[in-house]
Design a protein around this ligand. Sequence first.
Ligand SMILES: Nc1ncnc2c1ncn2[C@@H]1O[C@H](COP(=O)(O)OP(=O)(O)OP(=O)(O)O)[C@@H](O)[C@H]1O
Ligand SMILES: [Mg+2]
Length: 605
Amino acid sequence: MPPAPDAVAETDMPAKAVISRVWTQYLKQYRSPLLLALICATVVVLATTLVTGWLAIAVNLLFHAKLDDNTRKLPQFFRDHPLIVVPGVIVIATLIRFAAQRGLTVSLNNIGNQMVGRIQSQLFSRLVRADLGRLQTAHSGEYLSSVLYDADLVREAASTGVVQYVQAALTVLGSLVIMFYWDWSMALAVLLIGPLIGAVMDRYLAATRRAAKGAMAETSSLSTAIMESLDGVKIIKISNRETAEEARVGSVIDRRQTHLIKGANARTMAAPATEMLTGLLIAGLLAYAGWRAQSGHMTSGALFSFMIALGTASQALRQLAGLQGTFSQGMTAGRRLFIALDIRPEIVDAPGAVALAPDFKAVTFEHASFAYGAAAVLRDVSFTAHAGETVALVGPSGSGKSTLLNLLPRFFDLSQGQIRFDDLDYRDVPLNSLRSRIALVTQDPFLFDDTIRANIAYGNEGASEAEIEQAARDAAAFDFITALPQGFDTRAGEAGSRLSGGQKQRIAIARAFLKNAPLLLLDEATSALDTQSEIQVQAALERLMKNRTTFVVAHRLSTVRHADQILVLSEGEIVERGTHDSLIRQGGLYARLAETQFESQARSA
Ligand SMILES: Nc1ncnc2c1ncn2[C@@H]1O[C@H](COP(=O)(O)OP(=O)(O)OP(=O)(O)O)[C@@H](O)[C@H]1O
Ligand SMILES: [Mg+2]
């Protein structure tokens, strides 16, 4: 999925490993339907070969040509009624071929689509369980393209491709048998010249493979570019950048097109080149065959059948060559898939982890440090929050306030130090238990495109109607919800697009009320709401913070005033701590921040 850091690994995984994993993980369980598909494919080939071989006899029978040994061996009935027997055999063979082809297609479709579904579910499951740190390093478009396209490319190669390959190879074999049967010397000539044609095709196919790889990389860039344009549609419009975006996405489309065209050209060039060579071969064969026929060594029927077999074989050979492209695409996609599937989250339950008691007495940060990769964001943070207290985090933008909140639910793991619930290291608590004790209201609350009821109950699916309504009342959201045309059944729209900022916040607060967790993480919105919603949101938050241990990134004067402890962060370090009054008296960073940040609020309050 995330291509940049894995680019090396991608070329590292040997083809054999990819194939054996595809087999054991996705195909082995479909052994029987796969075998059925192969049997059907064989029947198709046998029927085709039978018809081709039969043509020699048919021509000889119909045109009363000189009967050769084979024709003479036929039952009398065959020789007496050629007009019934000749088409009859072909009709029967064709019907059998039709039935087998149908069986083949149906079983392949079943295997293939179930396989795609399984890969997609696995990919999504990795995605939704991945560490936040990893998700943030790759663009969502890459995940999307992997889930949507790579799975399908693997299917194409692994099920359809393999069976088609076997079918084409058998067809070549069957045709060769017929050719050798009717005239071995001519067949031998074909066999000697064949590899020459193969070499020509191979040159074009190498180009096809290169192009396929390039096209796949651009497919992922394309989905990234499109998703980005959709996410940023407002900023694109306000900046009048539609034309520029068209050009940007256009250039990705162009690059992808270039690869696709190169690939298609190489593929289609392979066909005329081989056709030309085949044409020359046929001319030579006809000259030779004419000579053989005149000297009585070959019947016209045998020549006819030989030529048809040659045509069938060369078509099957072309198909075999074309499948190389399918296989190499499937291989690239398979590597990308397995790399994505192999990424295991690092933030997992410790062995022997014990559930967190809801009535812990204190949360302690001890020399806690954190870095995004190499960039240190929090340094040596130590403090204790007693149960029921409110700890306000204040500091300039980018000082690490939101990061500190993200550590508590273990969205990220500390690089050094400890976070403890009483005496228990929080890494010795199962993630489920830890997260069930924490309610989170973020700076920009996220709503699912579902009903408001479902959004409030998200994570508390067992909540009763009355509990949901009470949570909405506590969050000062009940009135606006019931005023909506469908009340609690109103859909929030994609990412809550049909609600105002203040309404979304209150729904997020209602969600936190319903969760009723002892620990509350609150990232106050930096953007001021209008006074009316501000007062409502503020009152709701105060109710929510009551009797809970709260970590709040504070942008409001009223929040910090009520806090038991204020931690002032600057560049990832706690530079001051205390209550509002004591910090104001100190006259340091907090006092300066308070002056600029809270001044206007103080005036309007
Ligand atoms: N995913 C990330 N990868 C790398 N660096 C990050 C990431 N998220 C944040 N940072 C960096 O970490 C630092 C702290 O960011 P954080 O979001 O904690 O700031 P903040 O104090 O909450 O700021 P604000 O008040 O603007 O919300 C910033 O310098 C930011 O650039
Ligand atoms: Mg923040």
